[in-house]
Design a protein around this ligand. Sequence first.
Ligand SMILES: [Zn+2]
Length: 445
Amino acid sequence: MSGEELVLRSTRVITPEGTRAASVVVSDGTITAVRAYDAAVPTRARVEDFGDDVLLPGLVDTHVHVNDPGRTEWEGFWTATRAAAAGGITTLVDMPLNSLPPTTSVANLRTKKEVAAAKAHIDVGFWGGALPDNVKDLRPLHDAGVFGFKCFLSPSGVDEFPELTQDQLAVSMGEIAGFGGLLIVHAEDPHELAAAPAKGGPRYTDFLHSRPRVSEDTAIEGLIAVAKRIGARVHVLHLSSSDALPLIAAAKREGVRLTVETCPHYLTLTAEEVPDGASEFKCCPPIREAANQDLLWQALADGTIDCVVTDHSPSTVDLKTADFATAWGGISGLQLSLPAVWTAARERGHTLEDVVRWMSTHTADLVGLAQKGAIEAGRDADFAVLAPDETFTVDPARLQHRNRVTAYAGKTLSGVVKSTWLRGQRIVSDGEFTEPTGRLLERKN
Ligand SMILES: [Zn+2]
């Protein structure tokens, strides 16, 4: 559509200044102006009017396990990015583990990019991995454009991605801080996990007791201490334990360079409702009690938690056994994250603007993607068109990710994504996809 102008109109456009009736002018894939709804349309421009459906910035999901190449039977770039597009997500950042190879060296990053290039329906960036033995690879990976580095403090679930000890954490963090990078951390303490009762079997309560809140709290406390000492920028992945919130709030007040994410499943599903043997609800850290969830929502509202990301982490169906101890841990949420979060958010009195801030603006900020995360002149023309009051019942057969296991089956959700736009091109509309036009993104700051 080069040169040709496009005008997208809605009575409800979510902009950084609030929601208003507007027309968004797009040229060569970039937003060039946000004007009044009835502003004169440039000659030869094509107009799309969405009426009362909401035009919001495409979501930026910075926590996705695509698993491609190597475990492509679990998930791949083709299926994951289609699921994301169908859910209003226009950018994802791929986690460095569960693919083979993991993204722990420049050569491995190159392999991943070659695989992703032709299959990406949305824009894709990459996290690198920090392992005990790859400190020398961190700087080259940073220079090659990864958005930061993920590490574990407890076993990751796959052998090729070992966790860091406290000493190794300090070494890697020091190295990353030295070049101004970002360290993102799966924060569960291995000693607290080892000390927890581990009965195994199909009862969800037993699984919950095996991953207690204190394992998160202890790991986060230790992480904050090291980050403070080194002056590093760190990010806590998938926070589930509300008991860690006072620690986090205090560290932020003190000026520790700390950000925190949580996930749709912690905000919308509760331990009380998980049926025994239903390992589609298994993830680590686990979905906790309703009272814990209330505090996570409060923390989102007051800014203690910065953003909401899916942690989409699927596997094949056979690995989702009825034994919570051995089943693969991971919840597939790409396609449903927006309606799931919106449904719960509105019940608690939050607005769609809040949801956009948590799932698009703040996540774009986290990875320094200045061209994403908002509808304003100069940014990429990435949008989701949402009918916020329309409801649907989740039918696994309509999901686009590779293995249609979902913790949301049968739930009635508000918010139907009517279409998704990437750089001014409609990439999915009512379940119909265009050929992939996603680009591979690199860190710029
Ligand atoms: Zn994850």
